[in-house]
Design a protein around this ligand. Structure first.
Ligand code: SF4
Length: 410
């Protein structure tokens, strides 16, 4: 099948999504600096509707060191944290002036558009509740289909990566590496935690090859890894990987409590955190009794729930790899660091779910979607969250694959 320039493989869930507007539980315009591109800003100055023109002018501030894409900022309503142009859950720019007046940011969200060589890749962000539902609940969501992602010309690109035609260079191999990462996450004969550990073995080895600049060895290594994952006794035996729930609980919970104060802003996430802290309350504050609560909640509610809804965390990981890892690697981030960030999010989400399940005495799809959506939204603009924890892991020497296993496995 021939692919035209504008045809590309997109995740199945893209077609399932449409914005639910005023019925949205967590509108996209809440508590973000809403960035306005220069072209939209100029258009807002010449709007015929004088009421709208004045209102826009009142709420727009030109940035000091802005760029064409990030030129001005829309003020937020100090009471609700929503965009000032939002009225009763509806965007007044869209309602009064029409969709073509939306800024690049607003038109693009919740889509992530990446230019990967000649292909345009499109995915959705989990910070949007409706996107979170279509990504996490459907077992087919991360199947890829050939489709036209539409005209990306009007959308804001997140990552632009070169096509890397030179076989001697690192860039050339990045798409293959990402492809293999997604392949490993689909080895469904293993449990998801097992797959994540295999992914770690893979990323650790690729990292070494990259550090030694032996880029041309990558294709052979991919084949070798595929073979190992099917035959190597040690990789096939989940029992050989270390487990230490006390360490997992203590380290992750301390990290979370350490960053929370400065970073918690999203209301839905706050509700999840309240469930979490109440759920983790033990009869006394000793580590042993909290650990009992943790282990019991995992075994009684969390594991059975995840077993009967295996696509939730699998799709979470696949979507993260698809939408961000190529961009990160091509910015020079080592592949094992990309892996650490994936595992950090996975382990944090699991931690929250265990606490929430303990409070509710069950887990539901609604709760899982609410947590993953609001966790993503709360931290996605707090780039310090990941950096702080990764720095701490390095400082304490917890950054190796062995420690990653301890965060993954229960
Ligand atoms: S968060 Fe998603 S569903 Fe909600 S208003 Fe924004 S795009 Fe629409």
């Amino acid at each position: 099948m021939g692919m035209t320039n504008n045809q590309t493989a997109v995740p199945h869930y893209l077609k399932q999504f449409s914005c639910i507007g005023s019925s949205c539980e967590d509108t996209c315009c809440a508590w973000w600096g809403i960035s306005i591109d220069k072209q939209s800003y100029n258009r807002y100055q010449t709007v015929n509707h004088s009421g709208m023109r004045n209102k826009l002018n009142d709420h727009l501030t030109v940035k000091k060191n802005g760029s064409a894409q990030d030129y001005a900022e829309m003020q937020l309503n100090p009471e609700t944290g929503n965009c000032s142009m939002l009225d009763g859950g509806l965007c007044t720019i869209q309602a009064t002036l029409g969709e073509e007046y939306l800024s690049q940011t607003c038109r693009t969200y919740p889509r992530v558009v990446n230019q990967a060589g000649a292909a345009t890749e499109m995915s959705l962000q989990l910070s949007c509740p409706e996107a979170a539902r279509v990504i996490l609940l459907d077992r087919q969501a991360m199947d890829f289909e050939e489709a036209s992602p539409g005209d990306p010309g009007i959308l804001a690109f997140r990552h632009v990566t070169s096509s890397g035609h030179n076989e001697k260079k690192r860039d050339y191999y990045l798409p293959q590496i990402r492809g293999m990462m997604m392949e490993i996450i689909r080895y469904r004969q293993f449990s998801l935690p097992h797959r994540l550990i295999l992914l770690g073995v893979f990323c650790d080895n690729v990292n070494l090859i990259m550090e030694e600049k032996k880029f041309r060895d990558i294709p052979a290594f991919l084949l070798e890894f595929r073979h190992e994952a099917a035959h190597n006794e040690e990789l096939l035996d989940y029992n050989v990987f270390p487990v230490d729930p006390a360490f997992q609980l203590q380290y992750l919970n301390n990290c979370l409590m350490g960053v929370l104060e400065d970073t918690l802003w999203n209301t839905r996430y706050r509700e999840c955190m309240n469930d979490y802290t109440r759920g983790m309350k033990a009869t006394d504050a000793s580590l042993e009794s909290i650990l009992d609560v943790y282990t019991e909640s995992y075994e009684q509610y969390t594991a059975p729930f995840l077993d009967s809804n295996p696509q939730i965390l699998e799709n979470y990981i696949l979507n993260a790899i698809y939408s961000r890892v190529l961009g990160e690697m091509s910015q020079g981030i080592p592949v094992f660091d990309c892996y650490r960030m994936l595992i950090l999010d996975f382990a944090m989400i699991k931690l929250h779910l265990i606490g929430m399940a303990s409070y509710h005495k069950e887990l539901s799809r609604e709760l899982a979607v609410k947590l993953i959506q609001s966790y993503t939204k709360n931290y996605e603009h707090a780039s310090l969250f990941h950096k702080k924890i990764l720095d701490d892991l390095r400082k304490k020497d917890y950054a190796s694959l062995g420690y990653m296993c301890l965060f993954i496995k229960n």
